[in-house]
Write a protein that binds this ligand. Structure first.
Ligand SMILES: Nc1ncnc2c1ncn2[C@@H]1O[C@H](COP(=O)(O)OP(=O)(O)OP(=O)(O)O)[C@@H](O)[C@H]1O
Length: 216
């Protein structure tokens, strides 16, 4: 088992504190659900963990190795809200480009992917592209995944397939997931954390989400 640990994360934008001394951990074999209102700082936190955004302060450790500064780390992959795919190449080429042999073969054979293989990425619908992006991360070799709104634009069937694959792939990975489909996040997650006024609160049940004003 591997463990990612994040401590003392502070982030200020234009003098306004967005993250206030955040602590979070995630181990391989678990899904951590990150909930919070619009603008509460969820994407900011994921980008800081990934290393694409610099924090005022950040302590990041994976097992015994400590990472300083804001470099990206091979062992962490981030699904951003915006697409990261090359629009002019086919789905098949995209899968071969991003995934190594065995995982590439598995994804090429998935029933949800097979009918799309010859399509150019730029011709996919929003939901088809999002599904492909999530699959590329789930079958990557990185031990930790940060999924920022993976269910955005997905039909109920695609949501079910992706949720099932997240459950299967978490055996090898630690996954931090944020999405406004909070019911799905809750059903997938082993632990729920709520971003509230720059702090992360551990949530045990729906009453916890109500008491912090996330649900009414
Ligand atoms: N580059 C930036 N410059 C200034 N403020 C920013 C910048 N990026 C984000 N913010 C602010 O930081 C706060 C947190 O934004 P963030 O995108 O992390 O929220 P979020 O919880 O992911 O929101 P959502 O659920 O709507 O995606 C917001 O108030 C946002 O306006």
């Amino acid at each position: 088992m591997s463990r990612l640990e994040l401590d003392s994360v502070q982030k200020t934008y234009d003098g306004q504190k967005i993250l206030n001394d955040v602590y979070l951990h995630c181990s391989t074999g678990e899904v951590v659900g990150l909930l919070g209102r619009n603008g509460s700082g969820k994407s900011t936190l994921l980008k800081i963990i990934f290393g694409s955004l610099t924090a005022n302060s950040r302590f990041l450790r994976i097992d015994e190795k400590v990472y300083t500064g804001s470099k990206t780390i091979r062992d962490i992959k981030y699904l951003p809200q915006d697409s990261f795919l090359i629009k002019s190449i086919s789905v098949k080429s995209t899968i071969k480009l991003f995934l190594s042999g065995e995982y590439s073969r598995i994804v090429l054979e998935l029933p949800i992917v097979k009918p799309l293989l010859r399509e150019r990425v730029g011709h996919l619908s929003f939901g088809q592209r999002r599904t492909l992006e999530v699959l590329l991360l789930l079958f990557s070799e990185s031990r930790f995944l940060l999924l920022d709104e993976p269910f955005n634009g997905l039909s109920p069937t695609s949501r079910e397939i992706i949720s099932q694959l997240i459950q299967e792939r978490k055996e090898h990975k630690g996954i931090i997931i944020t999405d406004h489909d909070y019911r799905n996040v809750i059903s997938l997650s082993d632990r729920i954390m709520l971003m509230d006024n720059g702090n992360l609160r551990k949530i045990d049940d729906l009453d916890g989400l109500t008491s912090y004003g996330y649900l009414t």
